[in-house]
Design a protein around this ligand. Sequence first.
Ligand code: SF4
Length: 225
Amino acid sequence: MPKPIYSITPFTMLDYPNHTACILWFAGCNMRCVYCYNPDIVLGKGKLSIGEATQFLRSRQNLLQGVVFSGGECTLHPSLVSLAREAKAMGYLVKVDTNGTRPKMLEKMLSEKLIDYIALDFKGIGKQHEAITVSKTFHTFAKTLALLQHSAIPFEIRTTWHEALYSREDIGQMVQYLEEHSYQGEYFIQYFRNDVPTLEQLPYHASRLDAAELSTADIQVKIRG
Ligand code: SF4
């Protein structure tokens, strides 16, 4: 039996907006973001099967409101669909954290109404995205953004910021990119955390951004962390 899930966080009040939830961390990723906080999950092997994850969800049914599918990149795993079906049948709200590289998978899950909320990572524009993620996948981000904008699903866009990777002007251009692509709503920036292991070693980061200065009439920049 394949074991796609690396580990489970049994309870969080932070990862699913306004809901209690658990997090299922899927092993493996098709990116190698230099600032990635989850090297063990990205480079490691899964330890739990879909059956074991389903059993866990059953044990928390009616105790938690939501389940967050994260990773790694959960949408790389075809078994995510059946697990989401099980979770929805048990009454869970389902959130998917994604790097946006599998728009077809998201489309399928959205068409089956298996997702209630999506967090989409925005890792830069064009070549900058490719350098930071060590992958040639920017076009997939653009597709996923378009897909979500044409769906009725609530979603958020978020970027992890380290000044050595993105200047303030780069972040301003990312806001502009979202605006040019008709995005309206909140854009979350989370500061790089210096206290956790990452895929690549980065210099200490202490810079801060001015959210009000970056916001526009359509896009409210919000700082997390
Ligand atoms: S930060 Fe990048 S490498 Fe790490 S899990 Fe997310 S997409 Fe994958």
